[in-house]
Design a protein around this ligand. Structure first.
Ligand code: HEC
Length: 448
């Protein structure tokens, strides 16, 4: 029996009944496409994490034309009729998967997600075997341990603990396909993570660092969580919601969600606590940096003047100042406290603007003394600025693709970058690269 015939047989039972978007199309998109086509990284303007986003499509138009597979961009890019063939730079999908897309569109491209109910019925699982990596997975998040000796790095369905020299210490497998935020408590004993499966589930994980045991897994949403910053005392974790636009506060010790805050009008990507932990500032696609009172969840005011969607925020280590950035490509430094009563189009909280970057800003970091601001974007070099004067200090180059995470080492000697190409790169303050490694244990595939 030929292989093609066998595959055809295997596909037949699926094709006999209507193709399900939720059960058959979405998992393929989540696995093969969402790395580059999701709200945080929308290549060609396309996100594939929800039915609506797929329908809306990217810069070339809607993702599909119901009933007409051959006129649908999705099919065109999957078959290679349109180039570059998708998944970009990867192996083409098996023919039977492409046929599923064709069949689903032919049958009218129905959305059977049935709202959040169906989506929250998805119970994410911890993989039963360690992931075998054929190439470096995206670095969507990483964090230094407070003593500066260890790095926790996002993997696929796991967190990787490495020494700062790049030696793998431990693998912490979890339910979330992707980890979007990582932070150690100030005593270094607990590691908190947020992430999820795009358009399916959001999760926060709490780990005991010494025993490497997961203390809690909080699955609390039908879409990925972003953010993942801790309050200064390490007791509260903030997660930003995807499709449900919420902010979640998680009690680290108790391992449970204690508050859901709903005053953003769109996806929330990042949040930081103020110096005393009593206030929280969150940013998202609705362009606002929203100041919230932590104990009541009450919205105080927008810190910024709304310009364009925001993806990154970082707080000054000693002051109630925040740097924000996003689609407008310009980093801004704001203070949380307005010097006078708010007026219309009031930007009196603005301290400083920095140079425009080569792409939308995706990550920001401030040095431990607050003197330097590092800016990462979807394209171009990572730049280090003098936070006091706005002058450019250094450019860190060598990345293949966008940056998703940045942090200064606790001693302030290095800036570390992570992103699309899966490498962690250490730079000194002159912008010279001093170390470069992949945290995940990548196996070289046979034959190349
Ligand atoms: C490694 C990153 C990457 C992955 C993975 C990826 N894409 Fe893309 N995709 C791109 C880039 C880059 C472009 C823009 C290509 C160009 O026009 O030069 C693009 C463009 C597209 C477009 C055209 C959108 C428009 O309107 O402009 C479609 C459709 C698309 N991709 C579908 C997919 C599908 C389906 C998958 C999964 C099977 C996938 N992509 C996986 C990077 C990726």
């Amino acid at each position: 029996m030929s292989k093609a015939f066998f595959l055809l047989l295997a596909a037949l039972p699926l094709l006999a009944q209507a193709v399900s978007f939720t059960n058959q199309i979405k998992p393929v998109l989540a696995k093969q496409c969402s790395g580059c086509h999701q709200p945080q990284s929308m290549q060609s303007g396309l996100s594939v994490t929800t039915f609506e986003a797929l329908k809306k499509g990217g810069t070339k138009g809607p993702g599909f034309v119901a009933g007409k597979p051959d006129e649908s961009l999705l099919v065109g890019y999957l078959t290679g009729a349109k180039s570059p063939r998708m998944p970009f730079g990867g192996k083409p999908l098996p023919e039977e998967d492409i046929e599923l897309f064709r069949a689903w569109i032919r049958e009218g491209a129905k959305d059977d997600s049935a709202g959040a109910g169906a989506a929250s019925a998805h119970v994410p699982k911890v993989p039963s075997q360690p992931i075998a990596y054929k190439s470096a997975p995206l670095v969507t998040a990483f964090a230094f341990s407070p003593d500066g000796k260890m790095l926790a790095v996002s993997g696929y369905h796991e967190i990787l603990l490495n020494t700062v020299e790049g030696k793998l210490i431990a693998r912490l497998p979890g339910k979330s396909m992707r980890i979007h935020g990582l932070a150690f408590t100030p005593d270094g004993k607990t590691l908190a993570a947020v992430g999820g499966d795009p358009a399916r589930s959001g999760e926060a994980q709490i780990w005991d660092v010494e025993t490497r045991k997961q203390r809690a897994s909080i699955v609390a949403s039908a879409d990925t969580f972003f953010g993942g910053a801790l309050s200064p005392d390490g007791k509260l974790l903030v997660a930003g919601g995807g499709a449900d636009k919420s902010i979640r506060l998680i009690d680290v010790e108790a391992g449970k969600e204690v508050r859901k805050i709903d005053h953003h009008e769109d996806w929330v990507f990042q949040g930081v606590f103020g110096v005393d932990g009593k206030r929280l500032v969150t940013v998202g696609r609705d362009r606002a940096a929203k100041l919230t009172d932590v104990s009541t969840g009450r919205f105080v005011e927008n810190v910024n003047l709304l310009k364009d969607s925001l993806m990154a925020i970082v707080r000054h280590p000693k002051r109630d100042w925040v740097a924000i950035g996003g689609a407008e490509r310009i980093p801004y430094l704001y203070r949380l406290d307005r010097p006078r009563a708010m007026r219309i189009a009031d930007d009196s909280t603005l301290i400083r603007k920095f140079d425009r970057q080569d792409g939308p800003i995706t990550a920001l970091a401030l040095s431990p003394d607050g003197g330097k601001l590092a800016v990462g974007a979807e394209a171009g070099d990572v730049r280090i600025f003098n936070a006091e004067t706005g002058d450019l200090i250094a450019r860190c180059s060598g990345h293949q693709g966008g940056i998703f995470a940045l942090q200064f080492s606790p001693d302030g000697a290095n800036l570390v970058t992570g992103g699309f190409d899966g490498h962690l790169r250490f730079y000194d303050m002159s912008g010279k690269m001093v170390r470069d490694f992949v945290a995940a244990p990548v196996e070289l595939s046979r034959g190349n």
